[in-house]
Ligand binder design. Sequence first.
Ligand code: NAD
Length: 465
Amino acid sequence: MHKAHNGMYIDGTWRPAVGTEMITVVDPAGERPIGQVPAGTAEDIDAAVRAARTALPRWAATPPAERAALIGALHDRLVARKDEIAATVTAELGAPPPFAQAVHAGVPIAVCGSYAELAAAHPFEEKVGNSTVYLEPVGVVGAITPWNYPLHQIVNKVAPALAAGCTVVLKPAEDTPLTAQLFAEAVHEAGVPAGVFNLVTGLGPVAGQALAEHEGVDLVSFTGSTAVGRRIGATAGAAVKRVALELGGKSANVILPSADLAKAVAVGVANVMSNSGQTCSAWTRMLVHTDRYDEAVELAAAAAAKYGPRIGPVVNAKQRARVRGYIEKGVEEGARLVAGGPEAPKEQEQGYFVQPTVFADVTPEMTIAQEEIFGPVLSLIRYEDEDDALRIANGTVYGLAGAVWAADDAEAVAFARRMDTGQVDINGGSFNPLAPFGGYKQSGVGRELGAHGLAEYLQTKSLQF
Ligand code: NAD
């Protein structure tokens, strides 16, 4: 596991924080403190933004191939430290070790590698009639990230920002700052010039807010809750500053009548339970035709019961209380518990564990079918026909992701095209680190990953001849 630094990474060195407040990092499986990091203030943010501004002109003028080589070196440092990344995510998030290795470490390594290639290959210049259009870096990026995929959320912002020629100040989530410090070390080891990437750990309403409001920041890229995202969007709007928001979700897993039901349910349950349900794109609503509904409920309950504590705890006590509150609310509103429940799992004496939970007889307007729970809780909803399924699928304020299952891809695609959502997996299609990810409706503004993610960090200048 990464050992905590007692400092901020600013302008290429670890320096002490201006204040003395500290954040204690807790292991959610053992409920024990595992380290302390400084709680940054507006002054630390200001120092980091100044460093990023000073470094900007040179970095922006660095040829894309050189920037690509440094992102490649960063990728290699992350590969070299893969075991340490996985162990650190397990320690501060509670992720089971195999999942931490494969997903929490593996996916951001793949994404970082993809940006090393894109940075070199991206056309930063194009001809349009008598004009040459240059794609130039937006400037200084303020990146604010959540705890649920600690490294992935960081790499999703920092790698494309660096590829574009932007400089960055990162304020990571207070629950998972050790992974962020490890990332800063990897950036340093890769030889990225001083000031191009800066890290300030701290609390959201203090350091996060100071970063979002700082006039030296040109683009705020935020991933987290819709409530905070709305405020950041308003602040950025008032300052006429660019903003990218990756917010919550309440995605639908639509199982059409012709689908392989057993497979669709098994994959759907695994999708919701992985990372203990703390995935913004999780398919937390399973939509099943009324004729096959009872069979689906039985399959889902059996699949969830097999998980037990293998899914790991949720991140902290507050989150556990919140998830349990939603389970109680589901029971109160008349949904039928068929697996799990609000009580702590029997076999777990300590740790912020929640039982893998499945609700049947969920109606589309219930709280558990409308609000993001961010825990291992699946709701099965019955539909009468395809139009009904579409109404239910589109019937929330969110539109981040989803899934459609049918006997053939064409049938599933026809349905997916009618969904108000940013990303849909067809018949269990696998994750693609180059595919744009982001929300329709209140799930956000902007896209991450691949060339679309890089475009968020570029602005255009046209010269006429
Ligand atoms: P959060 O919004 O409380 O925190 C996210 C980040 O914002 C943290 O770094 C936090 O310190 C910071 N923050 C908090 N208050 C702030 C403020 N006033 N000003 C500036 N920054 C502030 O969310 P969370 O609890 O960390 O994460 C869970 C939520 O994030 C869920 O709702 C989930 O859906 C969402 N999420 C979305 C995505 C996505 O890609 N769409 C990914 C992960 C998580």
